[in-house]
Write a protein that binds this ligand. Structure first.
Ligand SMILES: [Zn+2]
Length: 280
C-alpha cells in the first residue's frame, strides 16, 4: 500500500466559487446555485477568475474572498473561497463593501441599438433611458462610463467589455418581459413615474397650457382634452390619447407582477399625459 509521501498525487490548485442570484444565468446548469471549483493559474486574480467562469464583471457588485470583501485585482490562492454577488439595487450592503466605489441607485440606462422598444417602455415608465439608433459599441461604453448609466444589451460580448462598471445582459425575448425583467432587477417599481418623460427623446415633460399648443393638436383633441405636456427638446405635445388607457394597463400589470403580490395601485402623476401627435 502506497503512502501519500511515497507517491504524492500532483496537487491541482483550485478555488471554490459560489455565484448568487442571476449571475447563475451565465453558468452551465450543473454549476448553478452551488459551490464548485475552478482551476487556478499563476497570479490568478478575482477579475481573472470571474472571467474564466464566463461571468461579466460588469454584473458583479460584491465578491467575498474567504469572507472578506475583495477587489478585482486581489490575488487568489489555492483553497480560497469566493462568493460572488450581482449588482445590488434592492438593498443596501454598505458602500465600503462594494466592488466599485459608487453604489448604483435610481439607475439611469443606456440601451444598445437592438433595444429601442425597451427604451420606449422604460421612458413610459419614467426611467431615464438613453437610446440612439446609430450608437456604436464604443459610444455605448463611453456613455455608460461618462454618464454612469447601466448599459442594457443582449450582446454578451458587449456586456463583458471589462471597461464597463455598470451593465446588465437582458435575458427576456419580448419587450414587455424585458421591461418586467429590468423593473424587477433594478427594483424600479417603487420609483415609477409613468408618463413623465418624452418617449422619443427621453427629456422630462413639462405641463403646458392648452392655448399654447392649439396649433399642434388636432381639433378633436382640442374638444376632448384639457391637460397637456410638452417636450422642450423635440417640441412634441402629449395628452391622454387612445393609447393612454392601454399603456396605463400595461404599466399597472408590470408593477403588479414586479411586486409579486396584490394589486399595485397606479397613480399617474397629475401631469401625466399621453399620447403624442397622432390620436387615433
Ligand atoms: Zn422629446
Amino acid at each position: 500500500m502506497l503512502r501519500d509521501c511515497d507517491n504524492p498525487l500532483p496537487s491541482v490548485a483550485t478555488v471554490t466559487v459560489r455565484f448568487y442570484a442571476e449571475l447563475n444565468d451565465h453558468l452551465a446548469p450543473e454549476l448553478r446555485f452551488t459551490p464548485f471549483t475552478l482551476p487556478l493559474g499563476e497570479d490568478a486574480t478575482v477579475a481573472g477568475l470571474l472571467g474564466s467562469a464566463g461571468v461579466p464583471l460588469s454584473e458583479v457588485d460584491l465578491v467575498l474572498h474567504n469572507g472578506e470583501p475583495a477587489r478585482c485585482e486581489d490575488h487568489v490562492a489555492s483553497g480560497d473561497r469566493l462568493s460572488v454577488y450581482p449588482v445590488f439595487e434592492t438593498f443596501d450592503i454598505g458602500s465600503t463593501q462594494r466592488l466599485r466605489s459608487r453604489p448604483l441607485r435610481a439607475p439611469a440606462f443606456v440601451l444598445d441599438v437592438h433595444l429601442g422598444k425597451l427604451a420606449a417602455f422604460l421612458r413610459m415608465f419614467g426611467c431615464d433611458a438613453s437610446y440612439a439608433t446609430s450608437s456604436t459599441d464604443e459610444q455605448l461604453v463611453r456613455i455608460s462610463l461618462e454618464e454612469r448609466r447601466v448599459l442594457l444589451s443582449k450582446d454578451r460580448a458587449l456586456i463583458q467589455d471589462t471597461r464597463l462598471e455598470r451593465a446588465y445582459a437582458v435575458r427576456a425575448g419580448n419587450t414587455r418581459e424585458q421591461l418586467l425583467e429590468v423593473v424587477r432587477r433594478f427594483d424600479l417599481a417603487g420609483s415609477a413615474k409613468p408618463f413623465t418623460r418624452c418617449l422619443h427623446c427621453n427629456t422630462l415633460l413639462v405641463p403646458v397650457a392648452k392655448e399654447a399648443v392649439l396649433d399642434r393638436i388636432p381639433p378633436r383633441v382640442q374638444e376632448r382634452c384639457d391637460q397637456f405636456t410638452t417636450c422642450v427638446e423635440c417640441q412634441r405635445v402629449f395628452w391622454k390619447g387612445t393609447h393612454y388607457t392601454r399603456m396605463v394597463a400595461c404599466i399597472a400589470e408590470v408593477l403588479r407582477e414586479a411586486r409579486h403580490a396584490g394589486v399595485a395601485p397606479l397613480e399617474p402623476c397629475p401631469q401625466s399625459h399621453l399620447h403624442k401627435g397622432n390620436d387615433h
